[in-house]
Design a protein around this ligand. Structure first.
Ligand code: C2E
Ligand code: MG
Ligand code: MG
Ligand code: MG
Length: 273
């Protein structure tokens, strides 16, 4: 009986695994097609200065609507795009589109920065400084208006390769933020070794500061650390006024989250401005 059950279980796992492989294969095919047909758009989420409550910038976030699959979340397709190398092409699209949009908002009289997420793969070929230089020249956006968001893991993998390219970009005036700060890596040595401008505190900590004293203590500590290193702080995932009040009291400089706005279309963002 046990043997029979064991075998059934094995068959079930096997079938599930095969199904997963199929799903992933299908997703990859659709992704490749979507890149070819340029089916991606950008949504923009505003960042706010906590004291003045004014918009300081926009973060560009990729959106993919697939005819068969519907809206596919970036947490699903970005890892696949990285695995297949498609992130190179997609990454250039995001940079071009986001920088052109920021320039256009600036020309309408709004001073704001644009933040673009960069994955580790985009550093692999060593040509990110050249790509960014080209995009800035083509769009006419000032380098200091561009902030590249990297996760802690990017700084750990291929350390020298990344460091070198970040230095070249910093010389141009491009800024850097650590995204999802606090979730990646416990060795904080990198904070003093790379040219960074801001820390974005991960929303998993920010979400509970109004309910949980320990999370509040953590966020307080991160803000103190950032300030002593001369870095700006951006709290991610601010959803309620109590959290905002606590963040202000803790000396956090900026915030982003559903309390103000989710990521929206160009027209909706223009209306917010
Ligand atoms: P991220 O860079 O940390 O972006 C923040 C994510 O949190 C976004 O999800 C945003 O919509 C969501 N968010 C913002 N405010 C709130 C809030 O108050 N509450 C909650 N629950 N969520 C909030 P999204 O757009 O689904 O993106 C997920 C991740 O996908 C991003 O995390 C980023 O790591 C990645 N991603 C998105 N676009 C790109 C891209 O162009 N390139 C790369 N390499 N990665 C991207
Ligand atoms: Mg980000
Ligand atoms: Mg983040
Ligand atoms: Mg994230």
């Amino acid at each position: 009986q046990a043997k029979k059950m064991g075998r059934n279980r094995f068959c079930w796992y096997k079938a599930e695994m095969e199904q997963q492989q199929l799903d992933k294969f299908n997703l990859m095919m659709r992704l490749r097609l979507a890149v070819k047909q340029q089916l991606f758009t950008l949504a923009y989420q505003p960042t706010y200065d906590l004291t003045t409550q004014s918009i300081t910038g926009a973060e560009a976030l990729l959106r993919w609507f697939d005819a068969e699959l519907g809206q596919v979340p970036p947490d699903v397709f970005i890892p696949l795009a990285e695995e297949t190398g498609l992130i190179q092409e997609l990454g250039i699209f995001v940079l071009q589109k986001a920088c052109a949009q920021a320039k256009s908002w600036q020309e309408s009289g709004f001073s704001l920065n644009i933040a673009v997420n960069i994955s580790a793969i985009q550093f692999k070929q060593g040509d990110l400084p050249a790509v960014v230089t080209k995009v800035l020249a083509e769009t006419g956006l000032a380098p200091h208006a561009l902030e590249l968001e990297l996760t802690e893991s990017v700084l750990i993998e291929d350390r020298m390769l990344v460091k070198q390219q970040m230095e070249q970009l910093s010389v141009l005036g491009v800024r850097f933020a650590i995204d999802d700060f606090g979730t990646g890596y416990s060795n904080l040595g990198y904070l003093s070794q790379f040219n960074l401008n801001s820390l974005k505190i991960d929303r998993s900590f920010v979400a509970r500061i109004a309910q949980n004293d320990k999370d509040l203590a953590l966020v307080d500590g991160i803000i103190q650390l950032a300030r002593s290193l001369g870095l700006d702080t951006v709290a991610e995932g601010v959803e309620d006024p109590q959290s905002l009040k606590l963040l202000l009291r803790a000396g956090c400089s900026c915030g982003q989250g559903y309390f103000w706005s989710k990521a929206v279309s160009v027209d909706e963002f223009s209306a917010l401005l």
